[in-house]
Write a protein that binds this ligand. Structure first.
Ligand code: COA
Length: 146
């Protein structure tokens, strides 16, 4: 757990499947990532959630950010569901969530993180040390573990 500098206290928690934090994170990401496309969270997505590690950012008792990780093989994680409440953007909450997820990944022995960045979000990943490769953003072992 840690706070974002110069901003309201934000704490990153794991959000185990089925927990209240997980449910709040699910609502948040549905509102940010699915509703604008006229979609809801699908059964396939919920099934995929069962294979993921979920993290959320909390401030003043409310979930304001979310991200999840799924192992693709013994060295590689797929990062997905990155979303920050629109009213809380540009406060480094996304960066903080990503750093927390990377620290979790490094201590669990993973060496590569892959994300399929949405149009408009590429700059966020590039800013935070990811390299663009084909359709995906990747972060290589040394910075992730550094
Ligand atoms: C992308 C998103 C998660 C960023 O969250 P955030 O909390 O606002 O990001 P941060 O404040 O931590 O930004 C970290 C850095 O990335 C930059 N950044 C943030 N969003 C950016 C964007 N869309 N394009 C370019 N740079 C961006 C910030 O300026 C900041 O740079 P700095 O280190 O120079 O200050 C958030 O805008 C969001 O939820 N977007 C809608 C959903 C989405 O597209 N998710 C990604 C799915 S792949």
């Amino acid at each position: 757990m840690s706070a974002v500098d110069d901003q309201p206290i934000v704490v990153i928690f794991e959000a185990p499947l089925g927990s209240d934090l997980y449910r709040q994170a699910l609502r948040l990401r549905e509102g940010i990532l699915r509703a604008p496309l006229g979609l809801t969270v699908s059964d396939d997505e919920l099934y995929d959630d069962g294979m993921r590690q979920h993290f959320c950012a909390v401030t003043c008792g409310a979930v304001v950010g979310t991200v999840s990780l799924r192992p693709l093989d013994e060295a590689t994680l797929h990062l997905k569901q990155m979303a920050v409440d629109e009213a809380k953007r540009h406060m480094r909450i996304g960066a903080h969530l990503l750093a927390h997820a990377e620290a979790w990944a490094a201590q669990a022995g993973f060496r590569l993180m892959i994300a399929h960045a949405r149009v408009g979000a590429e700059g966020f990943y590039l800013k935070l040390g990811y390299a663009q490769e084909g359709g995906a953003s990747r972060r290589t072992p040394s910075p992730m573990c550094g």
